[in-house]
Design a protein around this ligand. Structure first.
Ligand code: NI
Length: 249
């Protein structure tokens, strides 16, 4: 159930049965020569919609622009500052908490969001702590990175072995190919030289210097839409089961 496609009365009825909500969060940033700019948002949203169907959960609006400052030297990339993203997440959570939602389950598609998402949760808790609790619902937030679920990683390894890499990975590209078959891109991908200094980076110029075509040790030419279907369905099933456990606690 997408929040966007419900009426306010339907949301009210849902809250009689559950206070849980899934929140997809992604990014809008370069994904190498064959990956779509929206890859992280597309994956998080599609997986959240499928997981929400399995678990009977409301799925909130996707946060489509994330913390991607390090990709800004590539055309088309967008970012929120960490401080802006903290405010956006806290405002999303607090808006829905006002209506009685208590269990927030973020489905994240972008590594660069991880630390900021955790900071945003602390921002939400800090507000409740300083207000002395009161009538506010007991809000709890967790975030899961769909691509780091052990079963998903095992499937990605089966498909791509050591060519999965760390950014513009064949597994995330495969999911976008399945969701948007009309937007599949093709390009010659040269073998990547190993970057000096490993896989750390600082700002956008530093990232581009180390990873000139945007990829990090990945070979997205291996991506296939049928892999994407399997990865999406496995991630959705895994996250739906985890969400149900989360609601029990
Ligand atoms: Ni990505």
């Amino acid at each position: 159930m997408l929040l966007h496609l419900m009426t306010w009365q339907e949301v009210e009825s849902y809250l009689q049965t559950s206070t849980g909500v899934m929140m997809p969060i992604g990014s809008t940033e370069q994904h190498g020569p064959t990956g779509l700019i929206g890859t992280d948002a597309i994956c998080a949203e599609a997986i959240a919609i499928a997981a929400g169907e399995i678990a009977g959960a409301v799925v909130g609006p996707t946060i489509g622009v994330g913390m991607a400052q390090h990709h800004m030297a590539f055309t088309g990339s967008m970012t929120l500052r960490p401080s802006t993203l903290v405010s956006v997440i806290a405002d999303y959570v607090n808006s829905l908490a006002r209506h009685g939602f208590e269990r927030f389950y973020f489905i994240n598609g972008h590594g660069g969001n991880i630390s900021t998402v955790q900071t945003a949760f602390q921002e939400v808790y800090a507000q409740t702590s300083m207000d002395g609790g009161g009538d506010r619902p007991r809000v709890r937030c967790v975030s899961r990175n769909w691509y780091q679920r052990p079963r998903v990683q095992a499937l990605a390894k089966k498909f791509y072995g050591g060519r999965e890499g760390y950014h513009a990975t064949p597994s995330e590209v495969a999911v976008t190919q399945y969701v948007h078959p009309d937007a599949i891109k093709d390009a010659e991908l040269p073998e990547l030289a190993s970057p000096g200094g490993g896989f750390s980076f600082t700002d956008a110029d530093d990232y581009r210097r180390r990873f000139p075509d945007g990829r990090m040790a990945s070979d997205p030419s291996l991506a296939r839409p049928e892999h994407g279907k399997e990865l999406l369905e496995l991630a959705a099933e895994d996250l739906a089961a985890d969400y149900r456990e989360y609601l029990k606690d």
